[in-house]
Ligand binder design. Sequence first.
Ligand SMILES: Nc1ncnc2c1ncn2[C@@H]1O[C@H](COP(=O)(O)OP(=O)(O)OP(=O)(O)O)[C@@H](O)[C@H]1O
Length: 267
Amino acid sequence: MTNLIEIKGVTHAYQTPNGPLPVLDNLNIAVPEGEFAAVVGPSGCGKSTLTRLIAGLMKPDTGEVWLHGERVKSPRKTVGMAFQNPVLLEWRSILDNVILPLEIVAPSMPRKQREARAEELLALVGLQGFESKRPSELSGGMRQRASLCRSIVHKPDVLIMDEPFGALDAFTREDLWQTMHALRASEPFTAVLITHDLRESVYLGDQVFVLSGRPARTQYVLDVHYPQAEGLRKLEGLYTPECAQMLATLREQIQIAQGRHPEQAVH
Ligand SMILES: Nc1ncnc2c1ncn2[C@@H]1O[C@H](COP(=O)(O)OP(=O)(O)OP(=O)(O)O)[C@@H](O)[C@H]1O
C-alpha cells in the first residue's frame, strides 16, 4: 500500500518574543492511502501544529511533508478540515453551509449537482429533513455532523480533524464515532485525527501515533487490531480484553510522554 501522507524528519520552532520555541523534533509519520491515523500526545506538544503542516498552512523549518506523492509547499484544496467548534455560517442554511467548499473548489459544478451531493451526505449522517434549517436550530452534535459533511463534500484526499468531538457529551460523541465509520465505508478517505480520547483513537484509528512531550517526536506507534474482522466496528468491541490491552499500552505511553513513569502515575 502506498503512503498518501508522509511526514519526513519534520522539525519546527515558533519564533516568540522569548526566543525560538521548539515544537516538533524530527517527526516521522506515514499514513497509507485509505487509512485512519489517530494522533495522541500531551497537551501542547505540537499536535495542531502538525495538522497545519499537513494542510500546507505552514512550512516546517526542516524536513518534508508529502501528500499523494507531491511535496506540500502551500495550502491544498484536496485537504478537508474539521475542528472542535464547527464554524457554520448562520446566514446560510445547513445545505448551503455544506455546499460552500464546492463553490470554491468546483465553481462550474451546476447548483443542482452541488445540492444533490450535499443532500446525499446529509442523509448519510442522519440529517435528512434539516437541510433548510439554520445552524442555531441544530444541536451541537447535529452541527458537528453537518460540519463533517462540509469537510468531505468536495471529496478531499485527506481529512484532517483536530479534536472534532471534544466538545460533545459522551453519548453524542459515540454516535459521531459510528457516523465516522459509516462515512468512511461509503466515502473512502485518508484521515488524520487529533484526539485526547484514547478510546476514540482505538475505535476510529487503524494506527495510533503517540507523540512525546514538546518538542514532539513519534514516541510510539500502535497498530490497531480491532476485535472484529468484518463490517463497521461495533462499540462493544471497546469492552473486550484486546481493546483493554491496547488502551493500557497507550495510557502507559502517554504517561511516559508526560514525563511520568507509569508506576508513579496516580490511578
Ligand atoms: N503561532 C504560534 N506562535 C507561537 N507559539 C505557538 C503558536 N502556535 C502554537 N504555539 C505553541 O506551540 C506549542 C504547541 O502548540 P499546538 O497547538 O501545536 O499543541 P497541541 O498539542 O495541539 O496542544 P493541545 O493539546 O493543548 O491542543 C504550544 O506551546 C503553543 O503555545
